[in-house]
Write a protein that binds this ligand. Structure first.
Ligand code: GAR
Length: 215
């Protein structure tokens, strides 16, 4: 029994808003019986709608409100303290709209994951769908990657592509990409907690040879 318990990995999810990726991960973790549990959801805003969603899913929540900290270092220190309280094996950024400082990133290096709504390295940063439309992209998508100190950058775990339709606007494109995020992010985290990912020379290999893309 003790062995079974210690094998269960602890996932902490960091959010700032709606929390749909968080919800997808919590549900998939339970339904597919991952060797893990979502131990906590931490929000950078007290009014993040995802907080109520997390509580409804039976997950404990904490808030480290970015507006309460004048200096980024102070916010990062408090965030580190709260996140450490969950003894995480994985820290998953899911719509966490706050740039993390190098100390936080270093502390969780190799277990810090992010989902971004573009096919990185295209369109890091904000307004990805607007920029993809303006550029006339015919394909766009989402990326799950390990986090480095550089914004929206780091070894890619998985990508999912979607077509851009001629009559798309930001909202229709965002919805199509989000549906892909809800598939690739839980799958990536499941692989991680099952020990099926290996970082080799800055690239990520899925040890079973499963496709690290979705079309
Ligand atoms: C998602 O589209 C996620 O990829 C994006 O914010 C949204 C959060 O939605 N993240 C970023 O842009 C980070 N660079 P959610 O709160 O419903 O998961």
């Amino acid at each position: 029994m003790a062995d079974t318990l210690t094998a269960v990995k602890s996932i902490v999810i960091l959010i700032s808003g709606r929390g749909s990726n968080m919800e997808a991960m919590v549900r998939r973790c339970a339904e597919e019986r991952w060797p893990a549990r979502v131990a906590g959801v931490v929000a950078s805003r007290a009014d993040a709608p995802g907080l109520a969603l997390a509580r409804a899913l039976g997950v404990g929540t904490s808030v480290v409100d970015q507006r309460a900290f004048a200096a980024r270092e102070a916010f990062d220190d408090e965030l580190a303290r709260v996140v450490d309280g969950f003894a995480p094996d994985v820290v998953a950024l899911a719509g966490f709209m706050r740039i993390l400082g190098p100390d936080f990133v270093r502390r969780h290096e190799g277990r810090l994951l992010n989902v971004h709504p573009s096919l990185l390295p295209a369109f890091p940063g904000l307004h990805t769908h607007r920029r993809a439309l303006q550029a006339g992209c015919k394909l766009t998508g989402a990326t799950v990657h390990f986090v480095t100190a550089e914004l929206d950058h780091g070894p890619i775990v998985m990508q999912g592509a979607v077509p851009v339709h001629a009559d798309d606007d930001e909202a229709t494109l965002a919805a199509r990409v989000l549906a892909v995020e809800h598939v690739i992010y839980p799958r990536s985290v499941r692989w991680f907690v099952e020990g099926r990912l290996r970082l080799e020379g800055g690239r990520v290999r899925q040890l079973d040879g499963l496709p690290q893309w979705l079309t």
